[in-house]
Design a protein around this ligand. Structure first.
Ligand code: NAD
Length: 429
Protein backbone atom coordinates (compact mmCIF):
# COMPACT_ATOMS: atom_id res chain seq x y z
CA UNK A 1 0.00 0.00 0.00
CA UNK A 2 1.05 3.65 -0.40
CA UNK A 3 1.34 5.26 3.01
CA UNK A 4 2.29 8.71 4.31
CA UNK A 5 3.30 9.28 7.93
CA UNK A 6 3.34 12.87 9.17
CA UNK A 7 5.75 13.33 12.09
CA UNK A 8 8.99 11.37 12.38
CA UNK A 9 9.32 11.14 16.16
CA UNK A 10 9.39 7.91 18.17
CA UNK A 11 5.98 6.86 16.88
CA UNK A 12 5.99 8.20 13.31
CA UNK A 13 9.49 7.07 12.38
CA UNK A 14 9.10 3.59 13.83
CA UNK A 15 5.67 3.16 12.23
CA UNK A 16 6.99 4.37 8.88
CA UNK A 17 10.10 2.22 8.86
CA UNK A 18 8.25 -0.91 9.99
CA UNK A 19 5.50 -0.44 7.38
CA UNK A 20 8.24 0.00 4.74
CA UNK A 21 9.93 -3.15 5.99
CA UNK A 22 6.61 -4.95 5.46
CA UNK A 23 6.73 -3.94 1.79
CA UNK A 24 4.60 -0.79 1.74
CA UNK A 25 5.65 2.34 -0.11
CA UNK A 26 6.13 4.85 2.72
CA UNK A 27 6.83 8.59 2.76
CA UNK A 28 7.63 10.06 6.18
CA UNK A 29 7.19 13.82 6.55
CA UNK A 30 8.50 16.21 9.18
CA UNK A 31 8.73 20.00 9.44
CA UNK A 32 12.07 19.85 11.25
CA UNK A 33 14.76 20.29 8.55
CA UNK A 34 17.45 18.82 10.83
CA UNK A 35 15.51 15.56 11.14
CA UNK A 36 14.87 15.41 7.39
CA UNK A 37 18.58 15.91 6.61
CA UNK A 38 19.58 13.18 9.05
CA UNK A 39 16.95 10.72 7.82
CA UNK A 40 17.94 11.22 4.17
CA UNK A 41 21.44 10.12 5.19
CA UNK A 42 20.05 7.10 7.01
CA UNK A 43 20.73 8.55 10.46
CA UNK A 44 17.81 8.25 12.90
CA UNK A 45 17.27 11.46 14.93
CA UNK A 46 16.14 9.36 17.92
CA UNK A 47 17.83 6.57 19.82
CA UNK A 48 15.88 3.34 19.44
CA UNK A 49 17.40 -0.15 19.26
CA UNK A 50 17.31 -1.58 15.71
CA UNK A 51 15.96 1.55 13.99
CA UNK A 52 19.20 2.49 12.20
CA UNK A 53 19.60 -0.85 10.40
CA UNK A 54 15.95 -0.94 9.33
CA UNK A 55 16.02 2.70 8.21
CA UNK A 56 19.13 2.18 6.07
CA UNK A 57 17.77 -1.02 4.54
CA UNK A 58 14.34 0.38 3.64
CA UNK A 59 15.92 3.58 2.23
CA UNK A 60 18.27 1.52 0.04
CA UNK A 61 15.48 -0.83 -1.06
CA UNK A 62 13.41 2.22 -2.09
CA UNK A 63 10.44 1.45 0.19
CA UNK A 64 11.10 4.38 2.52
CA UNK A 65 11.33 8.04 1.55
CA UNK A 66 11.55 11.25 3.55
CA UNK A 67 10.06 14.62 2.70
CA UNK A 68 9.29 18.01 4.19
CA UNK A 69 6.19 18.38 2.03
CA UNK A 70 2.88 17.11 3.39
CA UNK A 71 1.06 17.91 0.12
CA UNK A 72 3.11 15.68 -2.18
CA UNK A 73 3.15 12.86 0.39
CA UNK A 74 -0.66 12.97 0.69
CA UNK A 75 -1.14 13.05 -3.09
CA UNK A 76 1.03 9.93 -3.41
CA UNK A 77 -0.72 7.96 -0.65
CA UNK A 78 -3.98 6.14 0.04
CA UNK A 79 -3.48 6.08 3.84
CA UNK A 80 -2.11 9.10 5.75
CA UNK A 81 -1.06 8.74 9.38
CA UNK A 82 -0.93 11.74 11.71
CA UNK A 83 1.83 10.99 14.23
CA UNK A 84 2.80 14.41 15.55
CA UNK A 85 3.21 15.30 19.21
CA UNK A 86 0.30 16.17 21.52
CA UNK A 87 2.15 17.59 24.53
CA UNK A 88 0.22 18.86 27.52
CA UNK A 89 -1.03 22.41 27.09
CA UNK A 90 -0.83 24.99 29.91
CA UNK A 91 -4.01 23.65 31.56
CA UNK A 92 -3.03 19.98 31.13
CA UNK A 93 -5.31 19.26 28.17
CA UNK A 94 -3.41 17.79 25.22
CA UNK A 95 -2.20 20.50 22.85
CA UNK A 96 -3.77 19.73 19.49
CA UNK A 97 -2.03 22.55 17.59
CA UNK A 98 0.24 20.23 15.56
CA UNK A 99 -2.55 17.71 14.83
CA UNK A 100 -4.85 20.48 13.61
CA UNK A 101 -2.12 22.14 11.52
CA UNK A 102 -1.29 18.82 9.87
CA UNK A 103 -5.00 18.07 9.27
CA UNK A 104 -5.33 21.43 7.45
CA UNK A 105 -2.35 20.60 5.20
CA UNK A 106 -3.78 17.15 4.49
CA UNK A 107 -7.16 18.71 3.66
CA UNK A 108 -5.55 21.08 1.14
CA UNK A 109 -3.86 18.18 -0.66
CA UNK A 110 -6.52 15.45 -0.79
CA UNK A 111 -7.43 14.83 -4.44
CA UNK A 112 -8.85 11.27 -4.20
CA UNK A 113 -10.38 9.03 -1.53
CA UNK A 114 -7.92 9.00 1.40
CA UNK A 115 -8.00 7.37 4.82
CA UNK A 116 -6.65 9.82 7.41
CA UNK A 117 -5.48 7.98 10.51
CA UNK A 118 -4.96 9.56 13.90
CA UNK A 119 -2.05 7.71 15.50
CA UNK A 120 -1.21 10.55 17.86
CA UNK A 121 -2.76 10.17 21.32
CA UNK A 122 -5.69 12.56 21.16
CA UNK A 123 -8.61 13.34 23.49
CA UNK A 124 -11.96 11.70 22.89
CA UNK A 125 -13.80 13.50 20.11
CA UNK A 126 -10.65 14.40 18.15
CA UNK A 127 -11.58 12.20 15.19
CA UNK A 128 -14.55 14.48 14.59
CA UNK A 129 -12.33 17.56 15.02
CA UNK A 130 -10.00 16.27 12.27
CA UNK A 131 -12.99 15.41 10.06
CA UNK A 132 -14.38 18.93 10.42
CA UNK A 133 -11.01 20.47 9.52
CA UNK A 134 -10.89 18.37 6.33
CA UNK A 135 -14.42 19.54 5.46
CA UNK A 136 -13.42 23.17 6.12
CA UNK A 137 -10.66 22.69 3.56
CA UNK A 138 -13.31 21.70 1.03
CA UNK A 139 -12.83 17.92 1.07
CA UNK A 140 -16.20 16.27 0.29
CA UNK A 141 -17.41 13.50 2.67
CA UNK A 142 -17.01 10.77 0.06
CA UNK A 143 -13.31 11.61 -0.43
CA UNK A 144 -12.12 10.78 3.09
CA UNK A 145 -12.58 8.83 6.28
CA UNK A 146 -10.97 9.53 9.62
CA UNK A 147 -9.75 6.49 11.55
CA UNK A 148 -8.38 6.28 15.09
CA UNK A 149 -5.48 3.85 15.41
CA UNK A 150 -3.80 4.60 18.74
CA UNK A 151 -0.23 3.50 19.31
CA UNK A 152 0.92 1.32 22.23
CA UNK A 153 4.65 0.93 21.47
CA UNK A 154 7.16 1.39 24.28
CA UNK A 155 10.28 3.43 23.69
CA UNK A 156 13.30 1.17 23.96
CA UNK A 157 11.50 -1.76 22.31
CA UNK A 158 9.49 0.22 19.77
CA UNK A 159 10.36 -1.87 16.72
CA UNK A 160 9.61 -5.15 18.46
CA UNK A 161 6.34 -3.73 19.81
CA UNK A 162 5.27 -2.44 16.40
CA UNK A 163 5.91 -5.84 14.84
CA UNK A 164 4.36 -7.71 17.79
CA UNK A 165 1.50 -5.63 19.20
CA UNK A 166 -0.79 -7.30 21.78
CA UNK A 167 -3.69 -5.80 19.85
CA UNK A 168 -4.36 -3.32 17.07
CA UNK A 169 -7.18 -0.88 17.78
CA UNK A 170 -9.08 0.55 14.83
CA UNK A 171 -11.87 3.05 15.38
CA UNK A 172 -13.91 4.26 12.41
CA UNK A 173 -17.36 5.44 11.42
CA UNK A 174 -17.43 3.39 8.24
CA UNK A 175 -16.44 -0.24 7.93
CA UNK A 176 -14.70 0.27 4.55
CA UNK A 177 -12.18 2.62 6.15
CA UNK A 178 -11.46 0.22 9.01
CA UNK A 179 -10.96 -2.59 6.50
CA UNK A 180 -8.19 -0.57 4.78
CA UNK A 181 -6.24 -0.61 8.06
CA UNK A 182 -7.04 -4.29 8.63
CA UNK A 183 -5.44 -5.01 5.25
CA UNK A 184 -2.41 -2.87 6.06
CA UNK A 185 -1.79 -4.67 9.36
CA UNK A 186 -2.81 -8.17 8.17
CA UNK A 187 0.83 -9.35 7.72
CA UNK A 188 1.39 -8.92 11.47
CA UNK A 189 -1.28 -11.55 12.21
CA UNK A 190 -2.28 -9.95 15.53
CA UNK A 191 -5.70 -9.47 17.15
CA UNK A 192 -7.54 -6.41 15.86
CA UNK A 193 -10.36 -4.60 17.60
CA UNK A 194 -12.74 -2.68 15.38
CA UNK A 195 -14.81 -0.08 17.16
CA UNK A 196 -16.11 3.48 16.88
CA UNK A 197 -13.82 6.54 16.89
CA UNK A 198 -14.53 7.67 20.46
CA UNK A 199 -14.03 4.21 21.97
CA UNK A 200 -10.71 3.76 20.14
CA UNK A 201 -9.48 7.12 21.40
CA UNK A 202 -10.48 6.23 24.95
CA UNK A 203 -8.88 2.75 24.83
CA UNK A 204 -5.50 4.47 24.60
CA UNK A 205 -6.08 6.78 27.57
CA UNK A 206 -7.72 4.05 29.65
CA UNK A 207 -4.80 1.67 29.05
CA UNK A 208 -2.10 4.16 30.03
CA UNK A 209 -4.06 5.47 33.02
CA UNK A 210 -4.63 1.92 34.25
CA UNK A 211 -0.93 1.03 33.98
CA UNK A 212 0.04 4.23 35.79
CA UNK A 213 -2.52 3.34 38.48
CA UNK A 214 -0.91 -0.07 38.97
CA UNK A 215 2.52 1.52 39.45
CA UNK A 216 1.17 4.18 41.82
CA UNK A 217 -0.61 1.48 43.79
CA UNK A 218 2.58 -0.49 44.41
CA UNK A 219 4.46 2.74 45.13
CA UNK A 220 1.85 3.65 47.76
CA UNK A 221 2.35 0.14 49.16
CA UNK A 222 6.11 0.82 49.24
CA UNK A 223 5.46 3.64 51.71
CA UNK A 224 3.41 1.33 53.91
CA UNK A 225 6.19 -1.27 53.65
CA UNK A 226 8.87 1.25 54.64
CA UNK A 227 6.82 2.36 57.63
CA UNK A 228 6.05 -1.18 58.77
CA UNK A 229 9.33 -2.92 57.99
CA UNK A 230 7.79 -5.13 55.29
CA UNK A 231 9.38 -5.73 51.89
CA UNK A 232 7.54 -4.35 48.86
CA UNK A 233 9.26 -6.76 46.46
CA UNK A 234 7.79 -9.72 48.34
CA UNK A 235 4.40 -8.02 48.55
CA UNK A 236 4.45 -7.40 44.78
CA UNK A 237 5.53 -10.98 44.09
CA UNK A 238 2.78 -12.35 46.28
CA UNK A 239 0.22 -10.17 44.54
CA UNK A 240 1.53 -10.66 41.01
CA UNK A 241 1.29 -14.45 41.10
CA UNK A 242 -2.48 -14.03 41.32
CA UNK A 243 -3.49 -14.33 37.67
CA UNK A 244 -6.26 -11.78 38.17
CA UNK A 245 -3.60 -9.21 39.08
CA UNK A 246 -0.50 -10.21 37.08
CA UNK A 247 3.09 -9.28 37.85
CA UNK A 248 3.64 -6.56 35.23
CA UNK A 249 3.81 -2.90 36.24
CA UNK A 250 4.06 -3.92 39.90
CA UNK A 251 7.71 -2.90 40.40
CA UNK A 252 7.98 -0.15 42.92
CA UNK A 253 10.45 2.63 42.12
CA UNK A 254 10.82 6.36 41.73
CA UNK A 255 7.48 6.64 39.94
CA UNK A 256 6.29 6.81 36.35
CA UNK A 257 7.62 9.40 33.91
CA UNK A 258 8.28 9.64 30.19
CA UNK A 259 6.43 11.23 27.35
CA UNK A 260 3.17 9.31 27.75
CA UNK A 261 1.95 8.38 31.24
CA UNK A 262 2.09 11.86 32.82
CA UNK A 263 0.44 13.60 29.91
CA UNK A 264 -2.10 10.86 29.22
CA UNK A 265 -3.22 10.57 32.85
CA UNK A 266 -3.58 14.35 33.00
CA UNK A 267 -5.29 14.32 29.59
CA UNK A 268 -7.88 11.82 30.80
CA UNK A 269 -8.48 13.78 34.01
CA UNK A 270 -9.09 16.95 31.97
CA UNK A 271 -11.21 15.29 29.26
CA UNK A 272 -13.36 13.69 31.96
CA UNK A 273 -13.72 17.06 33.67
CA UNK A 274 -14.92 18.63 30.41
CA UNK A 275 -17.43 15.79 30.09
CA UNK A 276 -18.70 16.46 33.62
CA UNK A 277 -16.88 13.67 35.50
CA UNK A 278 -14.41 14.34 38.30
CA UNK A 279 -11.90 11.45 37.98
CA UNK A 280 -10.74 11.62 41.60
CA UNK A 281 -9.05 8.24 41.55
CA UNK A 282 -6.63 9.38 38.85
CA UNK A 283 -5.88 12.57 40.76
CA UNK A 284 -4.74 10.42 43.69
CA UNK A 285 -2.66 8.31 41.29
CA UNK A 286 -0.92 11.51 40.14
CA UNK A 287 -0.33 12.71 43.68
CA UNK A 288 1.24 9.43 44.76
CA UNK A 289 3.57 9.67 41.76
CA UNK A 290 4.69 13.19 42.54
CA UNK A 291 5.34 12.56 46.23
CA UNK A 292 7.18 9.28 45.55
CA UNK A 293 10.25 11.04 44.11
CA UNK A 294 10.22 13.87 46.64
CA UNK A 295 9.95 11.38 49.51
CA UNK A 296 13.07 9.63 48.13
CA UNK A 297 15.02 12.91 48.02
CA UNK A 298 13.82 13.71 51.56
CA UNK A 299 15.19 10.36 52.77
CA UNK A 300 18.55 11.06 51.10
CA UNK A 301 18.71 14.53 52.61
CA UNK A 302 17.89 13.19 56.06
CA UNK A 303 20.48 10.40 55.85
CA UNK A 304 23.38 12.63 54.83
CA UNK A 305 22.42 15.46 57.15
CA UNK A 306 21.33 18.02 54.56
CA UNK A 307 22.31 18.42 50.91
CA UNK A 308 24.05 21.78 51.23
CA UNK A 309 27.55 21.51 49.78
CA UNK A 310 27.15 17.75 49.19
CA UNK A 311 27.97 15.99 45.93
CA UNK A 312 25.26 13.71 44.59
CA UNK A 313 26.10 11.18 41.87
CA UNK A 314 23.33 10.11 39.50
CA UNK A 315 23.53 6.83 37.61
CA UNK A 316 21.12 7.20 34.67
CA UNK A 317 19.11 10.14 33.38
CA UNK A 318 16.71 8.73 30.77
CA UNK A 319 13.16 8.16 31.99
CA UNK A 320 13.75 4.44 31.47
CA UNK A 321 16.50 2.23 29.98
CA UNK A 322 17.14 1.95 26.22
CA UNK A 323 15.94 5.41 25.33
CA UNK A 324 17.37 8.92 25.17
CA UNK A 325 13.94 10.37 26.05
CA UNK A 326 14.00 12.54 29.16
CA UNK A 327 10.47 13.94 28.99
CA UNK A 328 9.15 13.93 32.58
CA UNK A 329 12.16 11.84 33.65
CA UNK A 330 12.56 11.43 37.41
CA UNK A 331 16.23 12.45 37.04
CA UNK A 332 15.07 16.00 36.26
CA UNK A 333 13.05 16.21 39.48
CA UNK A 334 15.98 14.85 41.51
CA UNK A 335 18.51 17.25 39.92
CA UNK A 336 16.21 20.21 40.50
CA UNK A 337 15.60 19.24 44.14
CA UNK A 338 19.29 18.62 44.89
CA UNK A 339 20.29 21.99 43.42
CA UNK A 340 17.41 23.75 45.22
CA UNK A 341 18.55 22.21 48.50
CA UNK A 342 22.15 23.38 47.98
CA UNK A 343 23.81 20.22 46.60
CA UNK A 344 25.93 19.57 43.51
CA UNK A 345 25.16 16.93 40.87
CA UNK A 346 27.46 14.77 38.77
CA UNK A 347 25.77 12.36 36.41
CA UNK A 348 26.21 9.78 33.69
CA UNK A 349 23.81 8.23 31.19
CA UNK A 350 24.81 6.09 28.19
CA UNK A 351 22.67 8.10 25.73
CA UNK A 352 20.48 10.74 27.43
CA UNK A 353 23.12 13.14 28.81
CA UNK A 354 23.02 15.41 25.74
CA UNK A 355 19.28 15.94 26.20
CA UNK A 356 19.62 16.72 29.91
CA UNK A 357 22.39 19.22 29.08
CA UNK A 358 19.75 21.35 27.34
CA UNK A 359 17.85 21.62 30.65
CA UNK A 360 20.73 21.63 33.16
CA UNK A 361 23.86 22.88 31.36
CA UNK A 362 25.75 23.48 34.61
CA UNK A 363 25.86 20.10 36.32
CA UNK A 364 28.89 17.85 35.81
CA UNK A 365 28.45 15.25 33.06
CA UNK A 366 30.73 12.25 33.55
CA UNK A 367 32.21 9.84 31.01
CA UNK A 368 31.18 6.73 32.90
CA UNK A 369 29.60 5.32 36.08
CA UNK A 370 32.85 5.10 38.08
CA UNK A 371 33.51 8.80 37.48
CA UNK A 372 30.05 9.55 38.91
CA UNK A 373 31.04 7.86 42.17
CA UNK A 374 34.29 9.80 42.42
CA UNK A 375 34.16 11.89 45.63
CA UNK A 376 30.37 11.64 45.80
CA UNK A 377 28.65 11.89 49.17
CA UNK A 378 25.80 9.74 47.95
CA UNK A 379 25.14 7.74 44.81
CA UNK A 380 21.63 7.37 43.35
CA UNK A 381 20.63 4.73 40.84
CA UNK A 382 17.96 6.47 38.75
CA UNK A 383 17.71 4.46 35.51
CA UNK A 384 18.30 0.71 35.46
CA UNK A 385 20.38 0.54 32.25
CA UNK A 386 21.80 -2.92 31.54
CA UNK A 387 25.35 -1.61 31.86
CA UNK A 388 24.62 -0.63 35.49
CA UNK A 389 23.49 -4.14 36.40
CA UNK A 390 26.98 -5.57 36.29
CA UNK A 391 28.87 -2.65 37.86
CA UNK A 392 31.76 -3.43 40.17
CA UNK A 393 30.23 -1.96 43.35
CA UNK A 394 33.51 -2.25 45.25
CA UNK A 395 35.21 -0.11 42.64
CA UNK A 396 32.36 2.40 42.88
CA UNK A 397 32.58 2.50 46.66
CA UNK A 398 36.32 2.98 46.91
CA UNK A 399 36.35 6.47 45.37
CA UNK A 400 33.27 7.76 47.19
CA UNK A 401 33.41 10.33 49.96
CA UNK A 402 30.61 8.65 51.88
CA UNK A 403 29.83 5.09 50.84
CA UNK A 404 26.06 5.49 50.61
CA UNK A 405 23.93 4.09 47.80
CA UNK A 406 20.27 4.98 47.26
CA UNK A 407 18.84 2.52 44.76
CA UNK A 408 15.76 4.06 43.13
CA UNK A 409 15.00 0.94 41.09
CA UNK A 410 15.63 -1.86 43.58
CA UNK A 411 18.38 -3.13 41.28
CA UNK A 412 21.27 -4.17 43.52
CA UNK A 413 19.91 -5.62 46.75
CA UNK A 414 21.36 -5.21 50.23
CA UNK A 415 23.59 -8.30 50.17
CA UNK A 416 25.50 -7.11 47.09
CA UNK A 417 25.91 -3.60 48.45
CA UNK A 418 27.00 -4.89 51.88
CA UNK A 419 29.68 -7.00 50.26
CA UNK A 420 31.04 -3.90 48.52
CA UNK A 421 31.01 -1.91 51.76
CA UNK A 422 28.17 0.32 50.61
CA UNK A 423 25.40 1.41 52.92
CA UNK A 424 22.26 0.44 51.03
CA UNK A 425 18.92 2.21 50.88
CA UNK A 426 16.11 1.43 48.50
CA UNK A 427 12.39 1.88 48.03
CA UNK A 428 9.85 -0.10 50.00
CA UNK A 429 12.06 -1.96 52.45
P1 NAD B 1 7.77 13.30 19.00
O1 NAD B 1 7.72 14.63 19.61
O2 NAD B 1 8.95 12.42 19.21
O3 NAD B 1 7.59 13.43 17.42
C1 NAD B 1 6.67 14.29 16.81
C2 NAD B 1 7.25 14.70 15.46
O4 NAD B 1 6.27 15.47 14.76
C3 NAD B 1 8.49 15.58 15.56
O5 NAD B 1 9.53 15.03 14.77
C4 NAD B 1 8.04 16.94 15.03
O6 NAD B 1 9.07 17.64 14.37
C5 NAD B 1 6.93 16.52 14.07
N1 NAD B 1 5.97 17.59 13.78
C6 NAD B 1 5.38 18.43 14.64
N2 NAD B 1 4.56 19.28 13.98
C7 NAD B 1 4.64 18.96 12.67
C8 NAD B 1 4.03 19.47 11.50
N3 NAD B 1 3.18 20.48 11.54
N4 NAD B 1 4.35 18.90 10.33
C9 NAD B 1 5.22 17.86 10.26
N5 NAD B 1 5.82 17.33 11.34
C10 NAD B 1 5.54 17.88 12.54
O7 NAD B 1 6.43 12.56 19.47
P2 NAD B 1 6.21 10.99 19.67
O8 NAD B 1 6.81 10.54 20.95
O9 NAD B 1 6.53 10.28 18.40
O10 NAD B 1 4.62 10.97 19.89
C11 NAD B 1 3.72 11.24 18.85
C12 NAD B 1 2.32 10.93 19.33
O11 NAD B 1 2.22 9.53 19.66
C13 NAD B 1 1.92 11.66 20.61
O12 NAD B 1 0.56 11.96 20.56
C14 NAD B 1 2.20 10.65 21.69
O13 NAD B 1 1.39 10.84 22.83
C15 NAD B 1 1.84 9.35 21.01
N6 NAD B 1 2.52 8.16 21.55
C16 NAD B 1 3.83 8.23 21.87
C17 NAD B 1 4.47 7.09 22.35
C18 NAD B 1 5.92 7.13 22.77
O14 NAD B 1 6.37 6.18 23.44
N7 NAD B 1 6.69 8.15 22.40
C19 NAD B 1 3.77 5.89 22.47
C20 NAD B 1 2.44 5.86 22.10
C21 NAD B 1 1.81 7.00 21.64
Amino acid sequence: MRVAVIGTGYVGLVTGVVLAELGNQVICVDNDPRKIDMLKKGIPPIYEPGIEEMLKKTLEDGYFQVSDNIGTAVEASEIVFIAVGTPPGPDGTPDMTAVKAVAREIGKAINKYTVVVNKSTVPVGSGDVVGNILREQGVPDDKFDVVSNPEFLREGSAIFDTLNPDRIVIGAKRREAAVKLVELYAPLEKPMIMTDLNSAELIKYASNAFLATKISFINAMSRVCEASGANVADVAKGMGLDKRIGDQFLQSGLGWGGSCFPKDVEGLVKSSELLGYDFQMLKAVQEINETQTLHFVDRIEKRIGGLKGKTVGLLGLAFKPNTDDIRDAKSLVIIEEVIKRGGKVQAYDPVAAENVKQVFPDILYCEGPYEVADRADVLILVTEWNEFKSLDLERLACSMNEKILFDGRRLYGKARADKAGLEYHTIGS
